[in-house]
Design a protein around this ligand. Structure first.
Ligand SMILES: C[S@@+](CC[C@H](N)C(=O)[O-])C[C@H]1O[C@@H](n2cnc3c(N)ncnc32)[C@H](O)[C@@H]1O
Ligand code: SF4
Ligand code: SF4
Length: 350
Protein backbone atom coordinates (compact mmCIF):
# COMPACT_ATOMS: atom_id res chain seq x y z
CA UNK A 1 0.00 0.00 0.00
CA UNK A 2 1.25 3.53 -0.74
CA UNK A 3 2.41 5.42 2.33
CA UNK A 4 1.97 9.09 3.13
CA UNK A 5 5.34 10.67 3.89
CA UNK A 6 6.07 14.18 5.15
CA UNK A 7 3.57 16.94 4.27
CA UNK A 8 4.31 19.42 1.47
CA UNK A 9 3.70 23.02 2.48
CA UNK A 10 2.87 24.14 -1.06
CA UNK A 11 2.26 21.08 -3.18
CA UNK A 12 1.35 22.68 -6.54
CA UNK A 13 0.02 20.27 -9.20
CA UNK A 14 1.98 17.32 -7.89
CA UNK A 15 2.64 16.34 -4.34
CA UNK A 16 4.92 13.73 -2.80
CA UNK A 17 2.68 13.56 0.26
CA UNK A 18 -0.39 12.32 -1.61
CA UNK A 19 -0.56 8.94 -3.33
CA UNK A 20 1.03 9.30 -6.77
CA UNK A 21 0.00 7.78 -10.07
CA UNK A 22 1.84 8.01 -13.38
CA UNK A 23 1.15 7.83 -17.08
CA UNK A 24 4.30 6.41 -18.67
CA UNK A 25 5.21 5.96 -22.32
CA UNK A 26 7.76 3.12 -22.37
CA UNK A 27 8.55 3.55 -26.07
CA UNK A 28 7.45 5.34 -29.25
CA UNK A 29 7.91 2.14 -31.29
CA UNK A 30 4.87 0.30 -32.64
CA UNK A 31 4.06 -2.49 -35.07
CA UNK A 32 0.75 -0.93 -36.12
CA UNK A 33 -0.21 2.11 -38.18
CA UNK A 34 -3.60 3.28 -36.93
CA UNK A 35 -4.60 6.13 -39.24
CA UNK A 36 -5.81 8.49 -36.50
CA UNK A 37 -2.76 7.92 -34.26
CA UNK A 38 -0.28 10.76 -33.80
CA UNK A 39 2.57 8.49 -34.91
CA UNK A 40 1.31 7.91 -38.47
CA UNK A 41 0.95 9.87 -41.68
CA UNK A 42 -2.46 8.81 -42.97
CA UNK A 43 -1.73 9.61 -46.62
CA UNK A 44 1.67 7.91 -46.57
CA UNK A 45 0.28 4.36 -46.16
CA UNK A 46 0.02 5.00 -42.40
CA UNK A 47 3.78 4.83 -42.09
CA UNK A 48 5.46 6.46 -39.06
CA UNK A 49 5.81 10.22 -39.00
CA UNK A 50 9.56 10.46 -38.47
CA UNK A 51 9.18 14.11 -37.51
CA UNK A 52 7.73 12.69 -34.27
CA UNK A 53 8.78 9.04 -34.00
CA UNK A 54 12.39 8.54 -32.91
CA UNK A 55 12.39 4.80 -32.09
CA UNK A 56 13.34 5.41 -28.48
CA UNK A 57 12.52 3.76 -25.18
CA UNK A 58 13.04 4.02 -21.44
CA UNK A 59 15.52 1.61 -19.90
CA UNK A 60 15.21 -0.43 -16.71
CA UNK A 61 18.24 1.45 -15.34
CA UNK A 62 16.55 4.83 -15.70
CA UNK A 63 13.34 3.44 -14.18
CA UNK A 64 15.22 2.00 -11.17
CA UNK A 65 17.06 5.28 -10.56
CA UNK A 66 13.89 7.37 -10.64
CA UNK A 67 11.59 4.89 -8.93
CA UNK A 68 13.63 3.59 -5.97
CA UNK A 69 11.65 1.28 -3.62
CA UNK A 70 10.89 4.01 -1.05
CA UNK A 71 9.41 6.20 -3.81
CA UNK A 72 7.44 3.26 -5.25
CA UNK A 73 5.69 2.92 -1.88
CA UNK A 74 4.05 6.30 -2.61
CA UNK A 75 2.81 5.18 -6.03
CA UNK A 76 -0.49 3.39 -6.53
CA UNK A 77 -0.98 2.90 -10.30
CA UNK A 78 1.09 3.39 -13.45
CA UNK A 79 -0.59 3.46 -16.87
CA UNK A 80 1.81 2.06 -19.45
CA UNK A 81 0.22 3.68 -22.48
CA UNK A 82 1.59 6.86 -24.09
CA UNK A 83 0.96 8.79 -27.26
CA UNK A 84 3.12 7.15 -29.92
CA UNK A 85 4.06 3.58 -29.07
CA UNK A 86 3.00 0.09 -28.02
CA UNK A 87 4.58 -0.90 -24.65
CA UNK A 88 5.49 -4.50 -25.66
CA UNK A 89 7.77 -2.96 -28.32
CA UNK A 90 10.10 -1.79 -25.55
CA UNK A 91 13.04 -4.20 -25.19
CA UNK A 92 12.83 -4.31 -21.38
CA UNK A 93 9.05 -4.20 -21.08
CA UNK A 94 8.82 -7.47 -19.09
CA UNK A 95 11.67 -6.55 -16.75
CA UNK A 96 10.24 -3.08 -16.10
CA UNK A 97 6.78 -4.54 -15.37
CA UNK A 98 8.36 -7.08 -13.01
CA UNK A 99 10.26 -4.29 -11.22
CA UNK A 100 7.16 -2.13 -10.68
CA UNK A 101 4.99 -5.04 -9.54
CA UNK A 102 7.71 -6.34 -7.18
CA UNK A 103 7.60 -2.86 -5.65
CA UNK A 104 3.84 -3.00 -5.04
CA UNK A 105 2.63 -0.88 -7.97
CA UNK A 106 -0.49 -1.76 -9.96
CA UNK A 107 0.03 -1.57 -13.74
CA UNK A 108 -2.40 -0.94 -16.59
CA UNK A 109 -0.76 -1.76 -19.91
CA UNK A 110 -2.43 -0.67 -23.20
CA UNK A 111 -1.61 -2.59 -26.35
CA UNK A 112 -2.88 -3.58 -29.78
CA UNK A 113 -1.82 -7.12 -28.74
CA UNK A 114 -0.14 -7.90 -32.06
CA UNK A 115 3.53 -7.89 -31.07
CA UNK A 116 5.57 -10.61 -29.33
CA UNK A 117 4.94 -14.37 -28.91
CA UNK A 118 2.38 -16.31 -26.90
CA UNK A 119 5.25 -17.31 -24.61
CA UNK A 120 6.02 -13.63 -23.95
CA UNK A 121 2.35 -12.85 -23.18
CA UNK A 122 2.22 -15.87 -20.85
CA UNK A 123 5.20 -14.45 -18.93
CA UNK A 124 3.50 -11.04 -18.75
CA UNK A 125 0.36 -12.79 -17.43
CA UNK A 126 2.38 -14.54 -14.72
CA UNK A 127 3.79 -11.17 -13.62
CA UNK A 128 0.44 -9.34 -13.81
CA UNK A 129 -1.56 -12.00 -11.97
CA UNK A 130 0.49 -11.48 -8.82
CA UNK A 131 -1.48 -8.27 -8.11
CA UNK A 132 -4.51 -6.50 -9.61
CA UNK A 133 -2.63 -5.25 -12.70
CA UNK A 134 -4.34 -5.67 -16.08
CA UNK A 135 -3.89 -5.25 -19.81
CA UNK A 136 -6.21 -3.20 -22.01
CA UNK A 137 -6.27 -4.94 -25.39
CA UNK A 138 -7.32 -2.39 -28.00
CA UNK A 139 -9.09 -4.50 -30.61
CA UNK A 140 -11.44 -2.66 -32.96
CA UNK A 141 -13.31 -5.45 -34.68
CA UNK A 142 -12.93 -9.09 -35.67
CA UNK A 143 -10.83 -11.05 -38.19
CA UNK A 144 -12.15 -9.18 -41.23
CA UNK A 145 -12.21 -5.64 -39.76
CA UNK A 146 -9.67 -5.06 -36.96
CA UNK A 147 -6.82 -4.48 -39.43
CA UNK A 148 -8.83 -1.77 -41.22
CA UNK A 149 -8.01 0.52 -38.30
CA UNK A 150 -5.20 -1.41 -36.52
CA UNK A 151 -3.22 -1.43 -39.78
CA UNK A 152 -0.47 -4.11 -40.04
CA UNK A 153 -1.82 -6.23 -37.19
CA UNK A 154 -3.13 -9.81 -37.52
CA UNK A 155 -6.30 -10.74 -35.67
CA UNK A 156 -5.37 -14.44 -35.25
CA UNK A 157 -2.06 -13.48 -33.60
CA UNK A 158 -3.78 -10.98 -31.30
CA UNK A 159 -6.28 -13.65 -30.22
CA UNK A 160 -3.50 -16.18 -29.55
CA UNK A 161 -1.53 -13.61 -27.51
CA UNK A 162 -4.62 -12.55 -25.54
CA UNK A 163 -5.48 -16.20 -24.79
CA UNK A 164 -1.92 -16.89 -23.57
CA UNK A 165 -2.17 -13.87 -21.27
CA UNK A 166 -5.67 -14.62 -19.94
CA UNK A 167 -4.92 -18.32 -19.41
CA UNK A 168 -2.49 -17.37 -16.63
CA UNK A 169 -5.43 -15.95 -14.66
CA UNK A 170 -4.33 -12.35 -15.26
CA UNK A 171 -6.97 -9.68 -15.91
CA UNK A 172 -7.63 -8.30 -19.37
CA UNK A 173 -10.08 -5.79 -20.82
CA UNK A 174 -11.19 -5.59 -24.46
CA UNK A 175 -11.46 -1.98 -25.66
CA UNK A 176 -13.34 -1.46 -28.95
CA UNK A 177 -13.60 1.76 -30.98
CA UNK A 178 -16.74 1.49 -33.14
CA UNK A 179 -16.58 2.85 -36.68
CA UNK A 180 -19.08 2.44 -39.52
CA UNK A 181 -17.10 -0.58 -40.81
CA UNK A 182 -17.10 -2.58 -37.53
CA UNK A 183 -20.15 -1.40 -35.58
CA UNK A 184 -22.24 -4.41 -36.67
CA UNK A 185 -19.70 -6.67 -34.87
CA UNK A 186 -20.01 -5.16 -31.43
CA UNK A 187 -22.34 -7.86 -30.04
CA UNK A 188 -20.19 -10.67 -31.50
CA UNK A 189 -16.97 -9.16 -30.12
CA UNK A 190 -18.63 -8.74 -26.71
CA UNK A 191 -19.70 -12.38 -26.70
CA UNK A 192 -16.23 -13.55 -27.80
CA UNK A 193 -14.61 -11.45 -25.06
CA UNK A 194 -16.83 -13.13 -22.43
CA UNK A 195 -15.98 -16.60 -23.76
CA UNK A 196 -12.26 -15.84 -23.71
CA UNK A 197 -12.38 -14.61 -20.12
CA UNK A 198 -11.85 -10.87 -20.55
CA UNK A 199 -13.18 -9.34 -17.34
CA UNK A 200 -14.56 -6.25 -19.08
CA UNK A 201 -15.55 -4.92 -22.50
CA UNK A 202 -15.38 -1.18 -23.06
CA UNK A 203 -16.72 0.80 -26.01
CA UNK A 204 -14.69 3.92 -26.76
CA UNK A 205 -16.53 6.89 -28.24
CA UNK A 206 -13.82 8.70 -30.20
CA UNK A 207 -13.75 12.47 -30.58
CA UNK A 208 -11.05 12.32 -33.26
CA UNK A 209 -13.45 12.88 -36.19
CA UNK A 210 -14.23 16.37 -34.91
CA UNK A 211 -16.92 18.00 -37.05
CA UNK A 212 -15.85 15.99 -40.12
CA UNK A 213 -17.81 12.87 -41.05
CA UNK A 214 -14.98 11.07 -42.80
CA UNK A 215 -11.23 10.54 -42.46
CA UNK A 216 -9.33 9.55 -45.58
CA UNK A 217 -6.28 7.27 -45.40
CA UNK A 218 -4.12 5.02 -47.51
CA UNK A 219 -3.81 1.30 -46.78
CA UNK A 220 -0.36 -0.36 -47.02
CA UNK A 221 -1.34 -1.72 -50.48
CA UNK A 222 -1.94 1.84 -51.71
CA UNK A 223 -5.74 1.66 -51.77
CA UNK A 224 -7.68 4.60 -50.36
CA UNK A 225 -10.22 4.10 -47.58
CA UNK A 226 -12.69 6.39 -45.87
CA UNK A 227 -12.95 5.91 -42.13
CA UNK A 228 -16.44 6.90 -41.01
CA UNK A 229 -17.89 7.25 -37.51
CA UNK A 230 -20.38 4.74 -36.13
CA UNK A 231 -24.00 5.71 -36.21
CA UNK A 232 -26.94 5.55 -33.82
CA UNK A 233 -27.03 4.14 -30.36
CA UNK A 234 -24.95 1.06 -31.11
CA UNK A 235 -24.13 0.46 -27.45
CA UNK A 236 -27.81 -0.11 -26.60
CA UNK A 237 -28.29 -2.30 -29.66
CA UNK A 238 -25.31 -4.51 -28.83
CA UNK A 239 -25.98 -4.90 -25.13
CA UNK A 240 -29.78 -4.96 -25.18
CA UNK A 241 -29.81 -2.33 -22.45
CA UNK A 242 -29.97 1.44 -22.58
CA UNK A 243 -26.61 3.19 -22.75
CA UNK A 244 -25.85 5.42 -19.80
CA UNK A 245 -26.82 8.97 -20.67
CA UNK A 246 -23.81 11.13 -21.43
CA UNK A 247 -24.00 14.56 -19.88
CA UNK A 248 -24.20 17.00 -22.76
CA UNK A 249 -22.07 20.03 -22.04
CA UNK A 250 -22.22 23.35 -23.81
CA UNK A 251 -19.05 22.46 -25.69
CA UNK A 252 -19.56 25.04 -28.41
CA UNK A 253 -19.26 27.85 -25.97
CA UNK A 254 -15.76 29.22 -25.50
CA UNK A 255 -17.01 31.01 -22.36
CA UNK A 256 -14.65 30.73 -19.42
CA UNK A 257 -15.04 27.34 -17.73
CA UNK A 258 -13.44 26.49 -14.40
CA UNK A 259 -10.52 24.17 -15.05
CA UNK A 260 -10.34 21.03 -12.99
CA UNK A 261 -6.89 19.64 -13.83
CA UNK A 262 -7.21 15.86 -14.21
CA UNK A 263 -3.49 15.35 -13.61
CA UNK A 264 -3.42 17.45 -10.45
CA UNK A 265 -6.59 15.79 -9.12
CA UNK A 266 -5.10 12.35 -9.67
CA UNK A 267 -1.54 13.44 -8.78
CA UNK A 268 -0.61 11.80 -12.08
CA UNK A 269 2.31 13.25 -14.09
CA UNK A 270 3.17 12.03 -17.58
CA UNK A 271 6.60 10.68 -18.57
CA UNK A 272 7.49 10.41 -22.26
CA UNK A 273 9.70 7.71 -23.84
CA UNK A 274 12.53 10.26 -24.25
CA UNK A 275 12.47 10.76 -20.46
CA UNK A 276 10.83 14.18 -20.42
CA UNK A 277 8.24 14.92 -17.76
CA UNK A 278 4.97 16.65 -18.60
CA UNK A 279 1.80 17.71 -16.82
CA UNK A 280 -0.23 15.31 -18.97
CA UNK A 281 -0.34 13.64 -22.40
CA UNK A 282 -2.62 16.38 -23.77
CA UNK A 283 -0.27 19.30 -23.11
CA UNK A 284 2.90 17.32 -23.85
CA UNK A 285 4.71 18.94 -26.79
CA UNK A 286 2.02 21.64 -27.17
CA UNK A 287 2.34 25.41 -27.38
CA UNK A 288 0.66 25.52 -23.94
CA UNK A 289 3.59 23.59 -22.52
CA UNK A 290 6.21 25.74 -24.28
CA UNK A 291 4.44 28.81 -22.93
CA UNK A 292 4.50 27.39 -19.37
CA UNK A 293 8.25 26.74 -19.54
CA UNK A 294 8.97 30.16 -20.98
CA UNK A 295 6.93 31.80 -18.19
CA UNK A 296 8.92 29.74 -15.68
CA UNK A 297 12.17 30.83 -17.43
CA UNK A 298 13.17 27.19 -17.51
CA UNK A 299 14.30 24.82 -20.21
CA UNK A 300 12.06 21.77 -20.57
CA UNK A 301 15.23 19.79 -21.27
CA UNK A 302 16.05 20.02 -17.57
CA UNK A 303 12.86 18.14 -16.79
CA UNK A 304 14.07 14.82 -18.08
CA UNK A 305 14.53 11.70 -15.95
CA UNK A 306 17.60 10.72 -17.97
CA UNK A 307 19.29 13.85 -16.56
CA UNK A 308 17.63 14.69 -13.26
CA UNK A 309 15.65 12.93 -10.54
CA UNK A 310 11.88 12.68 -10.94
CA UNK A 311 11.22 13.58 -7.31
CA UNK A 312 12.97 16.94 -7.74
CA UNK A 313 11.37 17.75 -11.09
CA UNK A 314 7.81 17.23 -9.83
CA UNK A 315 8.14 19.89 -7.15
CA UNK A 316 9.55 22.58 -9.45
CA UNK A 317 7.95 25.20 -11.69
CA UNK A 318 5.93 25.26 -13.88
CA UNK A 319 4.09 22.71 -11.74
CA UNK A 320 3.86 24.91 -8.65
CA UNK A 321 2.32 28.27 -9.51
CA UNK A 322 2.73 28.78 -13.25
CA UNK A 323 0.02 26.33 -14.40
CA UNK A 324 -2.60 27.48 -11.83
CA UNK A 325 -1.87 31.13 -12.74
CA UNK A 326 -2.36 30.37 -16.44
CA UNK A 327 -5.71 28.68 -15.72
CA UNK A 328 -6.86 31.77 -13.80
CA UNK A 329 -5.90 33.92 -16.78
CA UNK A 330 -7.57 31.55 -19.25
CA UNK A 331 -4.47 31.43 -21.44
CA UNK A 332 -3.98 27.66 -21.90
CA UNK A 333 -6.18 26.55 -24.83
CA UNK A 334 -5.43 22.84 -24.39
CA UNK A 335 -6.29 22.95 -20.68
CA UNK A 336 -9.51 24.87 -21.43
CA UNK A 337 -10.52 22.30 -24.05
CA UNK A 338 -9.66 19.18 -22.06
CA UNK A 339 -10.32 20.12 -18.45
CA UNK A 340 -12.73 23.04 -18.85
CA UNK A 341 -14.91 22.03 -21.79
CA UNK A 342 -14.19 18.31 -21.19
CA UNK A 343 -13.59 17.47 -24.85
CA UNK A 344 -12.37 13.93 -24.31
CA UNK A 345 -13.07 10.43 -25.58
CA UNK A 346 -15.64 8.68 -23.41
CA UNK A 347 -15.98 4.97 -22.65
CA UNK A 348 -18.95 2.78 -21.76
CA UNK A 349 -18.60 -0.64 -20.16
CA UNK A 350 -20.91 -3.35 -21.54
C1 LIG B 1 -1.22 5.88 -28.89
S1 LIG B 1 -2.03 4.55 -28.15
C2 LIG B 1 -0.74 3.83 -27.16
C3 LIG B 1 -1.07 2.48 -26.57
C4 LIG B 1 -1.24 1.33 -27.54
N1 LIG B 1 -0.41 1.40 -28.67
C5 LIG B 1 -2.70 1.18 -27.95
O1 LIG B 1 -3.05 1.49 -29.08
O2 LIG B 1 -3.46 0.75 -27.10
C6 LIG B 1 -2.94 5.42 -26.91
C7 LIG B 1 -4.43 5.24 -26.96
O3 LIG B 1 -4.98 5.82 -28.11
C8 LIG B 1 -6.11 5.06 -28.45
N2 LIG B 1 -6.58 5.37 -29.80
C9 LIG B 1 -6.05 5.04 -30.98
N3 LIG B 1 -6.82 5.51 -31.99
C10 LIG B 1 -7.85 6.16 -31.41
C11 LIG B 1 -8.97 6.87 -31.91
N4 LIG B 1 -9.20 7.01 -33.20
N5 LIG B 1 -9.82 7.42 -31.03
C12 LIG B 1 -9.64 7.29 -29.70
N6 LIG B 1 -8.59 6.63 -29.16
C13 LIG B 1 -7.71 6.08 -30.01
C14 LIG B 1 -5.56 3.66 -28.30
O4 LIG B 1 -6.59 2.71 -28.35
C15 LIG B 1 -4.88 3.79 -26.96
O5 LIG B 1 -5.82 3.64 -25.91
S1 SF4 C 1 -1.41 0.62 -31.78
FE1 SF4 C 1 -1.41 2.44 -30.48
S2 SF4 C 1 0.58 3.44 -30.83
FE2 SF4 C 1 0.34 1.90 -32.43
S3 SF4 C 1 -0.44 3.05 -34.14
FE3 SF4 C 1 -2.22 2.23 -33.05
S4 SF4 C 1 -2.85 3.79 -31.54
FE4 SF4 C 1 -0.78 4.30 -32.31
S1 SF4 D 1 -4.90 19.55 -20.04
FE1 SF4 D 1 -4.11 21.05 -18.57
S2 SF4 D 1 -5.62 21.09 -16.97
FE2 SF4 D 1 -5.97 19.18 -18.12
S3 SF4 D 1 -4.78 17.59 -17.12
FE3 SF4 D 1 -3.48 18.50 -18.68
S4 SF4 D 1 -2.34 20.10 -17.58
FE4 SF4 D 1 -4.08 19.59 -16.34
Amino acid sequence: MPIAPEKDLDPGLFSLSRTLNFHLELTDKCNAGCPMCGRTVEMDRCRPNFGKVRNIELSLDVIRRNFPPDFCRRVDTIDLCGGLGDPPAARECLEICQYFIDNGIKLILSSNGGLRSEDWWGKLGDIFSSNSSFVEFHIDGLADTNHLYRINTRFSKIMANARAFLDTGANGEWHFIPFKHNQHQLAEALSLSRKMGFRSFQVIDTIRFGPSKSFVYQMPDGSIRHLEPSSGDIVSLASGKNAPQQVTKAVDSQATQPISCKSANENRPYIVADGSVSACCWVEGSDDEKHMYSRAKLSHEEHNINRRLLQEILLEEPYRRIYPQAWEEGCNPVCIRKCGLMRRNTRTEL
